[in-house]
Ligand binder design. Structure first.
Ligand code: ZN
Length: 561
């Protein structure tokens, strides 16, 4: 496979030079490889845990490209592989998904029920609340760039938080393309936590980046400010290189090469360059902090967001995703090679925050004629207006985002009853609506203890329902209804549904000397935290999590303590 990006190499080289990223510089590099020791139950805990979340890396993408991987993903695919991992809950969005990975809890318990939810009691005018903001900060709104990033909505500790309780010397660093990814996996106690921004790297308001992070930030900013020529399409991507018309302005997707102008941050993010920047930063911070080289076990958290931006802007089956998969595989391979050169005993886990689904326009060409975009009439604002006018109720009547719909708090009990009596049958009769669940139904429904491939629709919605934050009712659309009414630039396809294309994600573990095996039965992303905790000998109170430890040792021995 051809190398996907000249500029990518430029970025890596820039960062490597700026940050003295040479393997021999650690003092731990090994001149001759010793024989690989087989990992057994008696093997001491690894010194470094590397948790990688690839945004929108569905089980379908993993299956489609698995045979093509030759880099970091090929290595992970040779380890302990759960090809049917589940983000088990119904609200398959980025923030809820990331909140499950290192907490061991469903969004019902993490409190992260959606990327955005409504809190009609907040004092500011904007009642929408972003999952990773502090809405009490004066002058903020939920809009991108206008909120104060915060971890305050996360209701449970992360693996890093628990590692810090056991051993304050344990280091936790979280770097991601997106703030919500870095924050929901990093938790409250991270030593350093940052994400990509048009200016390089950013963190919480009022914090100063460490000198190493500042160097990385400058290198990332320099990369963003370089134009990028189109990439060469690898030969095995050629069959996907087909233009698909979207919208009514003559636009197409499917044949992109990721060329961009200098300073085009949106296109930077929708390319392997963004993932390379995050990985180079993570490697630099690990080296500067000597993570994995002390007496403690440390945690390095990496959120790779580019796959999600590629999926949203161009779908999952075109030349663009093919370039992204090749670049991701190569960037991960480079990252692991740097870690290998240090000689540190590290364990890697990789998963995704949710799956994904291709755009309806291409699905219709590829044997799914019924794929469609959502009806604008289902928009909460439009529906609330229509019902308020019909019943003579005050406006605004209805707020909503994703599947959660909230009734105005100002309604009397009688008005509320009348509104629901009009809204619920109207919604349930809509040909694109699979089901509507009310908060009363969800309150009465326990969280399922069954394997996630057998969950009912109510089971799924319940796992991302929190009575303090979720809507008065939640709508599930029928399968293959894309909840974007009109394709726009940078936004043609999405995830977020209760269906398995959005729920199923790979869960992969790798450690040097760990015998690989494949377990096709369904497991969950909430299982990752107790699994890693066991590997590093950290006790976890099973009554405080939804997941279970996955035994990573094939045969009679177990890694679950
Ligand atoms: Zn996501």
């Amino acid at each position: 496979m051809e190398k996907p990006s000249v500029k990518l190499k430029y970025l890596s080289a820039t960062l490597a030079t700026a940050l003295c990223l040479v393997a021999a510089g650690t003092g731990l590099a090994q001149n001759s490889a010793p024989p690989v020791q087989k990992v057994t139950a008696a093997t001491p805990a690894p010194k470094l845990v590397v948790m990688i979340a690839v945004d929108q890396f569905s089980a379908d993408l993993f299956a489609e490209y698995r045979g093509h991987f030759t880099g970091g993903l090929a290595r992970l695919a040779s380890g302990v592989v759960f090809p049917s991992g589940y983000q088990a809950h119904g609200a398959t969005e980025t923030c809820p998904g990331h909140s499950t990975i290192l907490t061991g809890n469903h969004p019902a318990h993490t409190g992260i029920v959606a990327n955005n939810y409504f809190d009609l009691s907040v004092t500011r005018d904007d009642k929408r609340v972003y999952c990773a903001e502090d809405e009490s900060v004066a002058g903020t709104t939920s809009k991108s760039g206008a909120y104060a990033p915060s971890v305050k909505h996360l209701l449970v500790p992360t693996l890093g938080d628990l590692m810090k309780v056991r051993d304050p010397e344990a280091q936790v660093v979280s770097v991601s393309g997106k703030d919500r990814s870095a924050i929901m996996m990093g938790g409250r106690q991270a030593d350093e936590l940052m994400w990509l921004a048009p200016t390089g790297l950013a963190s919480y308001r009022g914090t100063t980046l460490s000198p190493t992070a500042q160097q990385a930030s400058a290198a990332v900013a320099a990369a963003i400010n370089q134009p990028r020529p189109g990439l060469t399409l690898p030969a095995d991507c050629a069959a996907r290189d087909i233009a698909i018309p979207v919208g009514d302005k003559g636009a197409t997707v499917g044949t992109g090469r990721m060329a961009r102008d200098a300073g085009d941050f949106r296109r930077f993010m929708a390319s392997p360059e963004a993932d390379g920047a995050v990985l180079a930063t993570a490697a630099a911070l690990r080296q500067a902090r000597k993570m994995g080289e002390g007496s403690s076990t440390d945690l390095l958290i990496v959120g790779l967001s580019a796959t999600d931006y590629v999926g949203h802007s161009t779908g999952t089956e075109g030349s663009e995703m093919c370039l992204q998969m090749a670049g991701l595989d190569r960037e991960l391979g480079d990252f692991f090679a740097r870690l290998d050169a240090t000689g540190i005993d590290y364990v890697v886990a990789l998963t995704a925050d949710h799956g994904g689904h291709d755009l309806p326009e291409r699905n219709r060409q590829n044997a799914w004629p019924d794929a469609q975009r959502v009806d604008k009439a289902l928009d909460p604002e439009a529906m609330g207006k229509a019902v308020a006018e019909k019943l003579g109720l005050p406006q605004p009547l209805l707020y909503g985002d994703g599947g959660d719909y909230y009734l105005a708090k100002t309604l009397t009990a009688a008005q509320r009853k009348a509104a629901l009596a009009e809204l619920l049958p109207r919604l349930r009769a809509h040909p694109q609506v699979e089901a509507v669940a009310t908060r009363e139904e969800l309150d009465a429904h326990p969280i399922s203890k069954r394997a996630p491939d057998s969950w009912t629709l109510l089971d799924k919605l319940r796992a991302s329902y929190n009575p303090q934050r979720s809507g008065d009712f939640i709508i599930a659309l029928k399968p293959r209804v894309t909840p974007i009414p009109e394709a726009g630039v940078g936004y043609v396809a999405t995830h977020g549904s209760v269906w398995d294309y959005d729920r199923r994600v790979p869960i992969l573990f790798w450690r040097k000397g760990l015998a690989g095996f494949e377990q096709p039965n369904a497991v969950m992303t909430v299982d990752i935290m107790p699994t890693l905790a066991s590997v590093i000998g950290l006790p976890v109170d099973a009554s405080k999590i939804d997941g279970r430890c996955l035994d990573l040792l094939s045969g009679p021995e177990t890694s679950c303590r």
